[in-house]
Design a protein around this ligand. Structure first.
Ligand SMILES: C[S@@+](CC[C@H](N)C(=O)[O-])C[C@H]1O[C@@H](n2cnc3c(N)ncnc32)[C@H](O)[C@@H]1O
Length: 384
């Protein structure tokens, strides 16, 4: 908790006046900045721009929203059909963000942003609701202390700050590194929990090129300065894998470090990760071919595929590959006779096997056809 207090203190001050040591220059799309008041833009402590990757109509959750800049940009991108929720634990940050929300709404002509108070490693617990309840029954002894714990658990279930499977895209700009080391696995699980199936996380954060030594981690100034809580590049990506995400991808990697401390380099990286590989596997005789350019690929479910070979995949994997981030890398072969969902049998996804073309065509298929006039490349050239 000591680290968290140091973080809260530092950002309470940084909400009141710009702290240059916390600023890592970012080029935001200027068309979206026009509607945002100067005090929000000046107190920018981001290191990337995840709002670039959100789309019209989406529900966006911004972790560690600060004075609200990313929320106010995302608000314009998602438009009136979408909505944006910012979560932060620091009252002074929330105060600036909430005070400016109606100003931005007036400037853009609609209001779709709200700010909630919570810790991003515990997105179920609404700290303002807890606060109000505790005022009615203050903690004065061991019994009331234990009761407060139970109350928090009840609130997480009955009145969650962010409900499970409620968000299309979780974004965050330079915040995950600030969460205490012991709470980081829970942070990634929370990110996963709040996303809808098919949702994604787009996170900009500071990462380290080498594991940060304990001596640096114990320095509160460096931790709250977005330095010593940074995971290594490798550990950052693995944290998403471990939480159950798939298709984890580096969208932006700043080759130039933001800061170097005692030879350790700290730089900004933006990643994207998807939720949705969990679920039952059914056989519908579909095949995929990995197009290359690599000789072989391995996905997050352990499917290892060589370039140019037909592989059998379950219906779930087939449909995952048809979407981002995979679709451009595969060819898709549907069976001639479709197997209905009701008739589909379980598929063993623990191994990757080739798909014999006879399985997609049918064992008795022996058609002979004339040359297909649509072949090839749409059939514009050749004999007419
Ligand atoms: C480096 S600033 C980034 C602010 C904002 N994302 C931006 O782009 O300007 C970190 C923000 O995260 C908040 N924060 C840090 N740790 C947090 C936690 N565990 N839970 C909620 N908010 C947190 C701080 O209060 C602060 O507003």
């Amino acid at each position: 908790m000591k680290t968290e207090y140091a973080v809260k203190d530092r950002y309470a001050n940084a909400a009141k006046a710009c702290e240059p040591a916390l600023c890592c220059p970012v080029d935001y799309d200027p068309q979206y900045l026009k509607a945002i008041p100067a005090e929000v833009i000046e107190r920018d402590y981001g290191c990337g721009d995840p709002s670039k990757y959100v789309r019209t109509g989406e529900t966006v959750l911004d972790l560690g929203s600060g004075t609200g800049k990313i929320c106010f940009i995302a608000s314009q991108v998602v438009g009136p059909e979408g909505r944006v929720i910012g979560v932060d634990m620091t009252d002074d940050m929330l105060e600036v963000a909430r005070r400016n929300a109606p100003v931005v709404a007036d400037n853009i002509g609609f209001a779709n942003v709200e700010f909630r108070k919570g810790r991003i490693q515990d997105l179920a617990l609404d700290l303002e609701v807890l606060d109000a309840e505790l005022k009615k029954r203050p903690i004065s002894d061991a019994v009331s202390f234990l009761a407060a714990d139970e109350l928090a658990e009840e609130l997480r279930i009955k009145r969650p700050l962010v409900a499970s499977k409620s968000v299309d895209v979780v974004v965050s700009n330079c915040v995950l590194n600030l969460v205490e080391a012991g709470a980081k696995p829970q942070l990634f699980r929370e990110l996963f929990r709040v996303l809808k199936l098919g949702g994604r996380a787009v996170i900009s954060d500071i990462v380290a090129d080498e594991e940060v030594p304990l001596a640096l981690q114990n320095n509160h100034e460096l931790w709250s300065g977005c330095i010593s809580g940074a995971l290594t590049e490798e550990a950052f990506l693995k944290a998403f894998e471990d939480a159950g995400f798939y298709g984890v991808e580096v969208l932006k990697f700043d080759v130039q470090p933001w800061r170097t401390v005692e030879g350790f380099e700290f730089r900004s990286m933006t990643i994207q990760a998807f939720k949705g590989k969990q679920g039952p596997c059914f056989e519908r005789n579909q095949a995929v071919i990995y197009r290359g350019p690599f000789k072989e690929v391995l996905d997050d479910d352990g499917h290892r595929m060589e370039r140019g070979i037909r592989y059998a995949v379950c219906d779930k994997t087939y449909n995952l590959y048809k979407k981002a981030p995979y679709s451009d890398f595969f060819e898709f072969i549907d069976p001639i006779e479709e197997i209905s969902h009701a008739a589909a049998k379980p598929f063993d996804c623990t191994r990757t096997s080739r798909r014999n073309p006879k399985e997609t065509k049918g064992q008795d298929y022996n058609a002979t056809t004339e040359a297909n006039s649509q072949c090839c490349d749409g059939g514009n050239g050749g004999c007419r």
